[in-house]
Design a protein. Structure first.
Length: 432
């Protein structure tokens, strides 16, 4: 992959507001090769980097003179690039236990302070694919589930000190070796952390000994674990996308925006991931899985309750029983085929009319396809062995019954061969 294509790929994965200079960005810069490479790329693609990039460096004081030399190099580079630099000095104990978590909290606290100072919550970090594999391996060793296998996200939001931070890691697909070679080739000076060679830290032990041994068995081990991480992330994204659709349809079904708490979100997740067959949601709605499809259904037992729901064209509505009715306009229709009894086409004469669904009432009559004679809906239901006591839905227009839904279509609504537009109607269980 060429240097230009790398720059273009990173540019495409960064918010346009950052690239165009509409939002400032905080850049973590340790002085190592990863953050030096990241800083170089951001100065190339962000408009007016002097104004819109805030470089930050934390000197933990762990390596005495070496830590000070790292800071001096950071100051030198930022000065040569004319970039805004913020430095935090602190002292951490050299005791290895818990030191990485302590350092992380200091970094996040620094990001949080700078976020407030510069009015931006966008933070860029230089994690690469090797860091990702080490993180996942640590999670596996500790014992983890799906979340631990997903590793670090390209972009994720966290709250630290009640401040929202958006963390971006645009180098997650790049190997450490490539980054170091790029820096060397382009004369980008960077420091080397001597503590990375000390195997008293678990991450270093993985990096220096365990992963190289595994690569003797599978030279593509890094790519294999990275692909696993991406597959898990894709699964998570699919679940979230499906959950958003379910919540949107749920709110349409109850005809209001009802608050769903964390436990309700967990219920929906459990049904999506087949941990539960069904769950009860507020508003007397049941979410149910058949294993292949997910349905939203009303739990109301009062079938005699009257209703009238207008149908947008195109658009969709939900009946109290949970069925979804979808309408769309088809231009220049050819070879129209009915999929099943829940799918019909009606004349374009109804496009500009107000269509609505209501329940059956005593005295209803319609002229079903094949006859101009008006027949009582009660008799038609009886012919189809549907209880006349049921609250059966009818598609209507003004004083006309167009469709005894799922059973018979009216004679007047049938599509003519000369029509240039038709309305397609489809009724389905609310499978989401």
């Amino acid at each position: 992959m060429s240097d230009n294509s790398i720059v273009d790929k990173i540019r495409n994965n960064i918010s346009k507001k950052i690239v165009n200079g509409e939002k400032k960005a905080i850049v973590g810069y340790s002085g190592g090769s990863d953050s030096r490479f990241l800083l170089e790329i951001l100065t190339l693609i962000v408009k007016d980097p002097k104004k819109n990039l805030i470089v930050c460096h934390v000197n933990y004081g762990l390596r005495n003179l070496e830590s000070d030399k790292d800071q001096q190099l950071v100051e030198k580079i930022c000065n040569s690039l004319n970039l805004n630099l913020e430095i935090k000095n602190c002292s951490l104990s050299e005791e290895p236990k818990g030191i990485q978590e302590k350092a992380r909290k200091i970094r996040m606290g620094f990001f949080s302070d700078l976020s407030t100072k510069y009015n931006t919550n966008h933070c860029f970090l230089g994690h690469n694919i090797n860091d990702q594999i080490e993180t996942i391996m640590q999670n596996i060793i500790r014992g983890t589930g799906k979340k631990g296998l997903s590793g670090m996200k390209y972009t994720n939001s966290i709250y630290f000190n009640k401040k929202k931070l958006i963390l971006s890691r645009p180098l997650l697909d790049l190997r450490k070796k490539f980054i170091e070679e790029y820096c060397t080739k382009n004369n980008l000076e960077f420091c080397v952390d001597s503590s990375n060679k000390k195997n008293i830290y678990n991450r270093n032990l993985l990096r220096n000994k365990i992963i190289p041994e595994i690569e003797k068995i599978n030279p593509q081990f890094v790519e294999a674990i990275n692909n696993l991480s991406k597959n898990v992330n894709n699964l998570d994204e699919n679940v979230e996308a499906q959950k958003k659709r379910i919540i949107k349809d749920y709110q349409s079904l109850i005809n209001e925006e009802k608050f769903l708490g964390r436990n309700h979100h967990e219920m929906i997740n459990n049904v999506i991931t087949n941990k539960s067959k069904s769950e009860n949601l507020p508003g007397d709605i049941n979410i149910r899985s058949t294993g292949k499809s997910i349905f939203l259904e009303s739990r109301l037992n009062n079938k005699s309750e009257s209703y009238k729901i207008f149908l947008p064209i195109p658009g969709k509505i939900f009946l109290p029983s949970g069925e979804k009715i979808t309408s769309k306009i088809i231009n220049k229709p050819t070879n129209l085929k009915l999929v099943n009894k829940n799918n019909i086409y009606i004349s374009s004469n109804y496009i500009d009319k107000k269509l609505f669904i209501r329940n059956r009432i005593n005295g209803d009559k319609m002229s079903p396809f094949g006859t101009d004679k008006k027949i009582r809906v009660k008799k038609l239901l009886s012919d189809y062995k549907v209880s006349v006591k049921s609250n059966y839905p009818l598609l209507c227009s003004e004083n006309e019954i167009i469709w005894l839904i799922g059973l018979r279509q009216s004679n007047k609504s049938v599509v003519l061969k000369t029509e240039k537009k038709v309305i397609e109607l489809l009724v389905s269980k609310n499978s989401v």
